[in-house]
Structures are given as C-alpha cells and as structure tokens.
Design a protein around this ligand. Structure first.
Ligand code: HEC
Length: 124
C-alpha cells in the first residue's frame, strides 16, 4: 500500500517534470518565432533585406541561438537539430559581418519557415 502510493507519487513527479520541460521548450521556440521571425517587419526580414542595424542583427543572432538544445515538438530530432544548427550558423555568419549574397542566401534558406514547420511544427 505505502509502496504503491510512493510509486504513484514518483510517477506524478516524473510526469510533472516532463511537462515542465516540454513547456519550457515550447516557450523558447515560441519566443524566437514571435520576436525574431514572424512578419514582414520582423528582425529576420530586416536582416535579409539588409535593413537591420548591427545591433538588431547581433540581437537576432543571440535570440536564434536560444533554440540550440531544444527538442523537436514533432518529427525527427536529428533532422531538427541539423536545421536549427544551420539556422544558428547562418545567422552568426551574417552577424559576424558577412553581408554578401552567399551569406544572405544561406540565411534565407536556413530560416525557411515551411521547410522546418512541415517537419517539426505540431499541426493544430
Ligand atoms: C528550424 C526550424 C524552424 C524555422 C526555420 C521556422 N520555425 Fe517557426 N516554429 C518552429 C517550431 C518547431 C514551432 C512549434 C513550436 C511548438 O509548438 O512548441 C514553430 C512555431 C512557429 C509559430 C507559432 C508560435 C506559437 O507557438 O505561437 C510561428 C508564428 C512561427 N513558427 C513563425 C515562423 C516564421 C514566420 C518562420 C520563417 C520566417 C519560421 N517560423 C521558421 C520551427 C521553425
């Protein structure tokens, strides 16, 4: 009896911890999406248009970097990590001062909303 209560408690704690991690994961990704990528006047849009200041570019690079270590809400984790790593690397190259066509083109591809969402964004 006592043992089963204990096991139930442990199971509940594990479940709660799992939810907390999933929540935090979602919050990190949501913040990057809403504050960095969403909309025609987003920091990402400005960087791609060459209209962002150095500060805005550095801030976006730092924001995007917070996605490192997040879990794919759906889909293959390894594929997701590859996409996130490429997005971070492409963003850092531009923030590091490379505004050439190749660097911007790489970033444009890495931040492709549909390419990532079709694999890793939960359907709602
Ligand atoms: C490298 C992957 C990746 C790229 C690139 C990406 N997204 Fe996302 N985005 C996600 C994931 C994963 C979610 C789902 C997060 C969740 O539900 O926990 C998401 C969710 C969102 C959401 C919903 C956020 C919320 O929960 O309210 C918006 C808005 C969004 N993305 C906009 C964009 C736009 C606009 C672009 C392109 C400019 C983009 N994203 C590019 C991975 C990506």
């Amino acid at each position: 009896m006592t043992k089963s209560i204990l096991l139930t408690t442990v199971a509940a704690l594990v479940a709660a911890a799992t939810f907390a991690i999933a929540d935090e994961n979602h919050e990190i990704i949501e913040k990057v999406m809403k504050e960095g990528l969403k909309g025609d006047s987003s920091p990402m849009a400005k960087v791609l248009e060459g209209a962002a200041t150095a500060e805005e570019t550095t801030a976006l690079a730092a924001l995007v970097k917070t996605m490192s270590g997040t879990k794919a809400p759906v889909g293959d984790q390894a594929d997701y990590e590859k996409k996130v790593a490429e997005l971070i690397a492409a963003m850092e190259a531009v923030a590091g001062g490379d505004k050439g066509e190749a660097a911007i083109g790489r970033l444009d591809k890495a931040q492709n909303c549909k390419a990532c969402h079709s694999q890793h964004k939960p359907k709602d």
